[in-house]
Design a protein around this ligand. Structure first.
Ligand code: NAD
Length: 356
């Protein structure tokens, strides 16, 4: 477990308590990562943290803070790349009692996690290399890019696309799903999203038992808002997956309820969709349920499906009851009856006890 920054420590502590309360005997190895360990280890993602995750093959982490635009690379992105966690699974499900404009939403986003504009190949405005690249692109027959441009490269490979679609189809089969939708902008980006769509169509033939279709990403955004019930498992390149994950979280009650699983060939790292909510750091205020639901995914992943189901049902009961929830789940955000992070864990543990 990597406790995370901002409000993350409270969430991971709460998640650990409810996971332990399921009775599954987990020998936790706790390691900090992120800006807080820079001074001690000279690296926000120290080697011993990566070694621990590689050795244990499973981790759950709180969100880590990345300062905007200060040249500091995201540790979250680095972690996914270092461990080659190529598929990020983000279920978005309605729970009765959640304040939302929608009911009965049950969607899953599978986001490609290593390529696309998030591959980290970027050239800063004004640097010699960037000007060289601009000149090379023009020489290679590309259009002239303005000299005062910054450049981010968008690689999408056959290898990366094949493996994420194979993963998604298999995930759909294993989890009783019936349809996979490939999301893209192939009409505009023919050599990246076009490749993505072509490979998706090829891979879909390996899984005839699962229905397959594709949607252009802007249309997908509108359709999700108008008729989310038409969709099931949606597979998207990194950037669209990042944006539409938050959209889908919004359909089902907000970021406080959206869990995630970063999965690679041998390692899986579970984390909430939301960030570290720095304004709530140390306040015992923000919602730990996304972190707890990430724990549900982790329990299922390690073969403790029964404990995972019981924990999900306990969380659902606390939501439906509506008393022991954080401010973001109350009809009025200033509701004085809203409870804190650790009280939500207490309520979930009590609900778990009642289900035993
Ligand atoms: P954020 O998700 O932290 O916050 C967005 C909004 O949602 C804020 O108003 C926040 O207070 C609220 N919020 C988030 N989680 C909540 C919860 N559990 N309960 C109640 N309210 C919640 O996004 P941001 O503000 O864009 O980013 C903050 C920091 O988190 C940044 O440094 C960013 O880089 C980092 N981040 C990390 C991850 C990760 O670790 N995977 C993901 C996203 C953002």
């Amino acid at each position: 477990m990597a406790p995370g920054g901002g409000a993350g420590r409270g969430w991971t502590a709460a998640a650990r308590r409810v996971i332990d309360a399921t009775g599954v005997d987990i020998d936790w190895e706790i390691h900090d990562a992120g800006l807080g360990v820079m001074e001690e280890y000279g690296d926000p993602l120290p080697a011993h943290v990566l070694d621990s995750i590689r050795r244990n093959k499973v981790a759950i982490k709180g969100p880590l803070t990345t300062p905007v635009g200060k040249g500091i690379r995201s540790v979250n992105v680095a972690l996914r790349r270092e461990l080659d966690l190529y598929a990020l699974v983000r279920p978005c499900k309605s729970y009765p009692g959640v304040r939302s404009r929608y009911e009965d939403v049950d969607l899953v986003i599978v986001r490609e996690n290593t390529e696309d504009l998030y591959a980290g190949i970027e050239f800063a405005e004004g640097e010699a290399q960037t000007l060289e690249l601009i000149a090379d692109i023009e020489k290679l027959g590309g259009r002239r890019i303005r000299d005062d441009s910054g450049i981010s490269i968008k690689p999408i490979s056959i290898f990366g696309t094949q493996r994420v679609f194979r993963f998604a189809f298999q995930w759909a089969i294993d989890n009783g799903r019936h349809k996979v939708t490939a999301v893209h902008k192939a009409n505009i980006m023919k050599h990246t999203d076009g490749l993505w769509l072509r490979v998706a169509q090829e891979v879909s033939k390996e899984f005839p038992q699962i229905e397959f279709e594709d949607r252009i990403v802007d249309n997908m955004a509108m359709q999700l808002v108008q008729k989310p019930e038409l969709y099931d498992v949606m597979v998207m390149p990194n950037l669209y997956g990042d944006i539409l994950s938050d959209l889908c979280a919004g359909l089902t009650g907000g970021l406080g309820l959206a869990p995630g699983a970063n999965t690679g060939a041998t390692v899986a790292v579970f984390e909430a969709t939301h960030g570290s909510a720095p304004k709530y750091a140390g306040q015992n205020k923000a919602n730990p349920m996304a972190m707890m639901l990430s724990g549900v995914l982790m329990l299922r992943h390690i073969g403790e499906g029964n404990a995972g189901d019981r924990l999900e049902q306990a969380i659902a009961r606390v939501i439906a009851d509506g008393r022991n929830v954080t401010y973001d789940m109350k009809p009025d955000r200033d509701d004085p009856t809203a409870v804190g992070t650790s009280q939500v864990a207490d309520a979930v543990i009590e609900a778990l006890g009642n289900s035993a």
